[in-house]
Design a protein around this ligand. Structure first.
Ligand SMILES: [Zn+2]
Length: 262
């Protein structure tokens, strides 16, 4: 069980003190931490120039009866669930799928949270990146981080949760999707919605030299430079348009990419 000093030492050992980072985390492998997620977040804010995390809110999504073809979605399948969807609010909790750390960041007194109804981000010292997001370019903050020599940090998680790979997929020209969400007053169309990330762990073997990894108790922290990650993803997709897709036969979004590339 790491304490605050061990966490701080691990993050600082990554040598990214003057870099902005986007982080994804599961804190469970650390076991009990005195002070909980706040302790982890404080150690991160003390170790990096800026920190952002996805604070996505999937419960705002609704599924229409009709829409554009080959969109990785079953139109009409929301009949029983659309009425459970909720209108996005700036203080809406981050989806619990993302773990407790993004919600802890969102609640930090110095945090900013963007207003995308599904794909919002929260950050501290990161307004330069957060303010680049638009409804049309939901993942723009990741590109802005990369321009400032940003890194992606994976805390006890692998690349299947690495949202930045989605940014690189779009750079590579891979098909994007349309989703719909309940904003404050109405249903909003959300273009450039990313595909499925289940197959992303395949990227790891292409980044052995770029990955910095530090063990922490029973867990680990690892970091990869965004610009290099983007380059590797784009090279892979250029070579094989089906790279990094998952193997599930019923995966609607990966299958939609396959149809496009056939
Ligand atoms: Zn898939």
């Amino acid at each position: 069980m790491p304490d605050q000093a061990e966490l701080l030492a691990a993050f600082q050992a990554l040598g990214l003190q003057d870099k902005p980072v986007i982080a994804h985390a599961s804190l469970k492998p650390f076991g009990f931490i005195e002070g909980g997620a706040e302790t982890v977040l404080d150690a991160m804010l003390a170790s990096f120039a800026s920190v952002i995390m996805p604070t996505f809110t999937y419960k705002t999504e609704v599924i229409p009866d009709v829409g554009p073809p080959n969109n990785g979605i079953t139109y009409g399948s929301g009949h029983d669930t659309n009425h459970l969807s909720e209108h996005f609010q700036p203080d809406m909790r981050a989806d619990s799928l993302m773990g407790i750390l993004p919600e802890t960041l969102r609640n930090h007194p110095s945090a900013t949270r963007t207003a995308h109804p599904i794909l919002s981000f929260a950050g501290v010292n990161a307004d330069f990146a957060l303010f680049t997001q638009t409804l049309y370019e939901p993942l723009a903050p990741i590109g802005a981080l990369a321009e400032q020599d940003g890194w992606v940090m994976l805390i006890n998680v692998d690349h299947t949760v690495n949202t930045s790979i989605h940014y690189a997929e779009k750079l590579a020209g891979r098909k994007q999707f349309v989703r719909w969400a309940l904003a404050a007053e109405r249903v909003v169309e959300c273009p450039n919605y990313p595909g499925d990330s289940t197959g992303f762990q395949a990227i790891e073997s292409y980044l052995p030299l770029e990955t910095r990894r530090v063990p922490v108790g029973e867990g680990f922290v690892q970091a990869v430079p965004l610009q290099r990650l983007f380059d590797v993803v784009q090279q892979l997709i250029k070579k094989d348009p089906l790279a990094l897709l998952c193997e599930r036969l019923d995966c609607e979004r990966c299958n939609a990419v396959r149809v496009t590339e056939r």
